[in-house]
Design a protein around this ligand. Sequence first.
Ligand SMILES: Cc1cc2nc3c(=O)[nH]c(=O)nc-3n(C[C@H](O)[C@H](O)[C@H](O)COP(=O)(O)OP(=O)(O)OC[C@H]3O[C@@H](n4cnc5c(N)ncnc54)[C@H](O)[C@@H]3O)c2cc1C
Length: 489
Amino acid sequence: MTEDKERYIAELRSQGLVVLTKAEHSANEEYKEAIAHWSDTARREAQYVFCPRDANEVSKAIAFATKFSLEIAIKGGGHSCSGASASNDVLIDLGKHINTVAYNEKEQLVTVGGGAVWQQVDEELSKHGRATVGGTVQSTGVGGLTVGGGYGFLSGQYGLAIDNLVRAQVVLADGTIANADDKGVYMDLFWGIRGGGSNFGPVTSFTFKTHPVGQVWTGLMTFPPILLEPFFNAAQSWFRQAKDNEAANIFIGCSPLGPGLVLLPFYNGSEEDAKKSFGEFLAMNPGNGPPGTEIGMHPYMYANTLQNLMTTAGDHKAFKATKFNHWDIPRFEKLFKDFSQLVGAEPSDEQDVKDLAADPAITGSSVVIEFYPHNHIGKLKSGDTAFANRAAGFGMLFVPRWKNPDLNEKALQWARARAAEVDQREEKLGGSVKGKGGEGTEGYSNYGSGNERSQDVFGGNYARLQGLKAKYDPGKVFNKWFPIEPTKA
Ligand SMILES: Cc1cc2nc3c(=O)[nH]c(=O)nc-3n(C[C@H](O)[C@H](O)[C@H](O)COP(=O)(O)OP(=O)(O)OC[C@H]3O[C@@H](n4cnc5c(N)ncnc54)[C@H](O)[C@@H]3O)c2cc1C
């Protein structure tokens, strides 16, 4: 069997396909780079790493893995914390070569390789005064972010990344290269990849609509804990009147001074209007963020660099998301206290929290609350694409960061427990939007911790996805991200 594999690999290499193996290359920088992830928690030492140059080579890699019944992981930008883009068997690394970005002036569309990161898209489109809905952190992969939905600062105006997707090229489990759009023979597949994640195979190219964009008003503002109540009250006044061209992210994070609050406002319009809209925050005399995050008018791309310092690669990290609708100060006070205990700024009686607080990387943790005006996201219903998380609400994300791998489970549990508390309080305050009208009952899938049930993530779309899975991947070759059980024949 091993000899068969070796012969097969030798044959693929003779055809020009780059294959790195753990046996031959584990000390090699190229191999290490390929298996590296944003979070060390997601790192696996794949036996075979394929670095294809095009869809045809991706197809060959899939054929190898299926012939020998090896687990496949597809890696785009490598930002998943859950291990969805990592495998001990076969890793198909799209990021190495399938990462070109080409803007078509006539069509005003951009075509992006499945392994590109958003920085490349931002940079190319900025040359043309345009942008698409993409990640708010430039190192994030286009691939994973898009197939899982995709929120960005322009979501209020133009919806999700998938709402801007015009066509995509997908390599299916049987090796077929499918060109999918909303009219052709792969119309159903096009529905499935818009929210169904990597369940149908690697997307080797995405073509998105683009939009004109000039200077935007953005930057970071910081607020001390003493201002927690007026800060969250200001946030409420702001979002009640916010227009589609606005967005905001709120962070509970830690500076050398200890835990505090950070606001990232985004306004795609004039400085004068922006200052009016975010005036209540400005009146609180906020502090500045680190150099390079100054509030003011900047190129659109600048907004997507503001979180760079808070989101560096390395260490272990976990994601856990939820969604809420009721804006109440006690919730935020409790969250702030929990966070302060996590980072050791306040005492805790819980041994697990004490253990986490002692970790040298824990102060890099954060809690993120995201607000994107809902009109355009809600124009489509949950069943219109496979993405089942369109209801209005505030996304909340827990991101513990730590060094010691022995704390992996404790950190995950901390994040999951906090999300569960948010959900319980939401029920108390009048009920959650989650699970209504075909919505999934989990938070944003791309922020999942990995243990969510696929049925809960995909909500009312799960049955249809099962049918598609039976059609395009009945053998569950792609099974790493909220796996879908194919409908029985
Ligand atoms: C620092 C940071 C900032 C983020 N900011 C945002 C944000 O602003 N908006 C937002 O919506 N989300 C955001 N996310 C979440 C992000 O969307 C997910 O982590 C997403 O999975 C990242 O995609 P990736 O390609 O980097 O990940 P990977 O780890 O490479 O992949 C994640 C999943 O997507 C699959 N995948 C990747 N590429 C492809 C492809 N080409 N074809 C098919 N499947 C593929 C993988 O197989 C895996 O299942 C952020 C995450 C991080 C860590």
